[in-house]
Ligand binder design. Structure first.
Ligand code: NAD
Length: 282
């Protein structure tokens, strides 16, 4: 029996949405280093081009595509180009996602007097903000699966990886829409895993815990570098007592995509969280 350490994705085509961003840009680079030809999809064309250029400069293979995960026509157009330029999709990473301030409450708890106070309470949440967050995360995962997974039917070693979150297991305060949308992604991951189980497509998700990235650093650290109150709460609820390093997601990414190592794994949502989701707080 050979042990399946190391993930060789030579000959595979990986489509990564949101790949102009922090985490999925890194995933795109990791997949390319593992040998895949990577389609770098993002609404932000210049961000996608920057990631693809850095991959190609390093001697690996990538191509940037402007794509909107919320528009079927945009995805179909990109799918046709990927098919012609790189080949059929073997791996789909649904990374495009995120939150929006219009769907957040200002405070963790609703208190007497908040309706009159100058604070955005639950009662002030903006419907269009909630719809934006649900659509971006949930529909923005479902539609790319509809477009790209058709390439995978009946072919060996194909899989889909969705990006859920800690807030899918237990909602985080202030962000009801993002928490609900990520819970929907975890649920959909299981649904699609079952649905595709007879045609050779594995469907899994990772649920990252807390990682300091460009877009959340201001929430987590003050200008002088000291931790914010939210950082103290996060770290005291993380048994390992630290934030994750983005690179610590790569092992799970490669493992779940490695058919030799994870060929019997489908429908899981793997937390990568320093123990956050296992800890009751007591
Ligand atoms: P990011 O904001 O750096 O990247 C998201 C990318 O998605 C951006 O490049 C953006 O242009 C793109 N995008 C937005 N709308 C799009 C659309 N309609 N079509 C195509 N592309 C679109 O975010 P990130 O931190 O790298 O997060 C990536 C994924 O990981 C997201 O799904 C996020 O919810 C999830 N996540 C992040 C963390 C974290 O700590 N950063 C934790 C848990 C889960």
């Amino acid at each position: 029996m050979s042990l399946s350490f190391g993930t060789d994705l030579s000959g595979k085509v990986a489509v990564v949405t949101g790949a102009g961003g922090v985490l999925c840009g890194m995933f795109a680079k990791t997949l390319a280093e593992a040998g895949a030809k990577v389609a770098v999809l993002d609404l932000n064309e210049s961000a996608a081009e920057g990631i693809a250029a850095s991959i190609n400069e390093a001697g690996y293979k990538a191509k940037a595509y402007k794509a909107n995960v919320l528009e079927r026509a945009s995805l179909e157009e990109v799918h046709a180009k990927v098919l012609a330029e790189l080949g059929p999709c073997d791996i789909l990473i649904n990374g495009a996602g995120g939150n929006n301030a219009r769907a957040n409450t200002d405070k963790e708890y609703f208190e007497m007097g908040d309706i009159e106070a100058d604070t955005k309470s639950f009662f002030d949440l903006d419907q269009s903000g909630v719809e934006f967050v649900f659509n971006l995360n949930f529909l923005g995962t479902l539609l790319p699966c509809q477009i790209f997974a058709k390439d995978m039917i009946g072919r060996e070693g194909c899989s889909i990886l969705n990006i859920s979150s800690m807030n899918a297991f237990t909602p985080l305060t202030k962000i009801p829409a993002y928490s609900g949308a990520k819970a929907a992604i975890s649920n959909f991951t299981q649904w699609l895993a079952v649905h595709f189980s007879k045609v050779g497509i594995r469907v899994n998700a990772i649920a990252p815990g807390f990682f300091v990235t460009a877009q959340n650093v201001k929430l987590l650290f003050n200008e002088d570098g000291s931790p914010t109150p939210r950082t103290n709460k996060i770290l005291s609820a993380t048994p390992m007592g630290r934030f994750g390093e983005a690179e610590e997601l790569n092992g799970a990414l490669l493992f779940l995509l490695n058919h030799a190592a994870a060929g019997f794994i489908t429908g899981v949502v793997l937390p990568i969280d320093g123990g956050f989701s296992a800890y009751s707080g007591v």
